[in-house]
Design a protein around this ligand. Sequence first.
Ligand code: BGC
Length: 928
Amino acid sequence: MNALRSAQKNRLQRRISRRDLLRSGIATSVLMAAESTAFGRTLTKPPARKSGAVPSLTLSCEWLAEPLGIQTPHPRLSWSFSDVNNDVRQCAYQIVVGSTPDVTADLWDSGKIDSSDVSALYQGKLMRIHQQAYWRIRAWLTDGTALPWSKSARWSMGPEAEHDWGASRWIGRDDQLEVTQDRMPGTTEALKEPNFFSAPYLRKEFTVRSNLRAALLYVCGLGHAELHLNGQKVGDTERDPGFTNYDDRVLYVTYDIAGMLQQGANVLGAILGTGWYDVHDLATWHFETAPWRRRPRMRLLLALSYSDGKTETVVSDESWHCSAGPILRDGIYTGEVFDERKDLPGWSTSGFDTGAWTPALIVDPPAGKLVPLTCEPIRITQDLKPVSIKQPKLGVYIVDMGQNFSGHVQLRVKGPVGQAITMRYGETLDDEGMLYTEPIDHLMEPTAPRQPFQQDTYILKGSGEEEVWEQRFSYSGFQYVEVTGFPGVPTINNFLGRFAHTDLKPAGSFKCSNETMNRIQHATIWSYLSNAQSYPTDCPQREKNGWTGDAGLAIECGLLNFHSASFYRKWLDDFADAQQTNGAFPVIVPTCGWGYGELTPPWDAAYLIIVWNLYRYTGDLRILERHIAPARRYVEFFLAHRNRDGLAPALGIGDWAPWETETPQDYVTNAYLYYDLTLLSKILNALQDVKLAQHYNKLAAEMAAAIHQKYYYPAGRQYSNGSQTAQSIALYFGFVPESVQDAVFAKLAEQVEQLGHIDTGILGAKFLLHALSQGGRTDLAFQLVTRKQMPGWGYWVNGGGATTLWEHWKKDTVASMNHIMFGDVSAWAYQWLSGIQQEPASTGFDKIHFRPNPVGGLASVSASYAVPRGRISSQWTVEGKHMHLSLELPCGASARLQLPRGCQLAAPSAGLESVLTSGRHEIEVLIA
Ligand code: BGC
């Protein structure tokens, strides 16, 4: 791979000898790139395409559309363009910010700034708490267009200091922990039942005067709070505010409720759920022993501003009333029990009789600092209608949702009072067609009676009307629902699947003419979203844990498919919080203490990998500034594990979930130490700490030499045991000396060709595809991916019937069927089929490197990706030996096109520049 890079770098200084280059596949692809992109030649410009439409601007603040309640005094304001003419760049912009919706610029007027930047830090007046800012932008383009002012967008400032919360106190209904905390796992003691677990209902009546101007509500409910106002749920979000280590940070959510308030009497209500704060479910990871664990509690502040300039607040305090309600139990793993007979009709409306309610308890605050949730909330984003319902056993119904996903089911039922309907969620069925949850519930502690797992129970009020119910504070991973206790015969219309996850908006799309590849992309998207639950998880059923390695492997899949930067930014804070003073990271984040121990290099590396990728994809240097210290601390900790020979011993787990061949862990450990050092050095370089960057770069070079010395066997042209993972990790991480790169690559390609299938775990599954493509063998990588026999992604989505990605290649050992750790395959498809890549020194995709690969009989590929400046798209079709390529670049970006070996530009495109500029380019290519 270094050969590739240096060949590109030196292209203007020396002529590349065709004979030299033809020696290897890698080099040949460089040659063809050099020819087809006409390096060093002066060519004529293509005619500008006039789209006719005026480009439009999309605004974001801190990577979100309209964040309310942030604490950043100088938020990053960004804008992107759609539909610009060819070869057009922004040459100037102006931002105005005002304190009212008409954007009077009383807070900031940047003036006209000559720049092609598409983001700027707010430099206006310091904003006060609760203050709202409305901003807009106009831009000037190099083709002389002066864009009109954009629509306005807003952000607002939330409480930061303790005194900002005024008289608001933490309140709850009870403060005594459930007995499970003291119980030794594995005990057969019966679970203490209802009421004690009952989810608290809280309410407060207050008055609003006339001429209300603004009303911002800040709430932190631990584990979760569902807010109600005047009989209606506030907002459309679920399970607010998101999971953190509550001893470090607790998140508050901001809602704008001005439109929901009425003059006169109003009632605010809250239902509190246990979530990750008060876990009473007993499972391997022992969240029931979390140091932060207490009964649910809440802190709230409602800031009312009136047109006369006066402000009032409503706060959580002992004047609130509370009661038990219909939610008898809620558990993050176990699910919910809801007794409709105990419902409290009208509890959040004025005039409700609180005679049976008690004053709220003032409770201790959590230890963590209150900070705003600054990433997308969890929402229900899709409803799924079941595809079938069967009765494998009398009274037991199995509902098939046709798709594996995270969420729950909405139930519609009519029946007698007191009838309990239980819905149990699972991913597979046994031979009798009954729900089979063994592979996913075995990590729950054995108790008697057995704890429920992924199960909701609804007890009917029996009003004679249809009752509609869905749970609030848990979620499950499932395709099938086992229904028992249903009165009468249910049909599919009694059930509706609700897909719930962090509401990340699509940033990219990929499709092609190969059905298997499309199904893999589909499965990846569903697994990715199922595992976005305010932090990236491994699986939505068995563990719901933030396994770091899984997220590290899936980072580019996440960034290419979704606007996920703020999601990762939040999780990186969790990650940094979880670091011990010696520099160690746990393997799950957040954690209550479980998962520390030995270093686990491929998992720990997720921190540096995500930090670096987030910077590369967004161009936001603040990410690096924020995380450089923990990153260095970790790398130093890792370095301290080396032996005298400069190499580290086998640490942690290596290439997890392998097919057949395992890869020695000591080799993998050292490969990761090398990789961490290179990432740290790049981060320091970007931060312009050149001296320190050189220091780590030198250490990386020493590591590379030591690894090569110990693990390279020239006769076998192999590293370590020569497994697919061993060879590809070396090529992907880049520690192979240039002199043997071709040999190592050739050995890898030969082996893969001979074996005909993938033979790696989760690490190799990523590196292998990229290493093959990097070496010019995307055709081979594509074969591995789409192969319909086991092992491989293609098997999963064909013979395996998968609708999400699995945890293991094999079906018979399948544990979870909804893991994201093999999900980089989607990023590979963007990068190597549609060919959307970024030049090494670029950030925010300012400099694109198009590397489309017409392989595997593909007739077409179509992909797009939203970058900070706008939209990139790459579409191609193949007919015989002719490829038509349609590329789109956002305003101000440039690109280099590199065609694979054997391809060259056809006559009509002969005048194409090697540096493509913004706009759309239609390119004709001849395939050899
Ligand atoms: C998790 C994985 C994780 C692995 C590492 C599993 O239990 O589900 O996703 O990365 O453990 O040990």
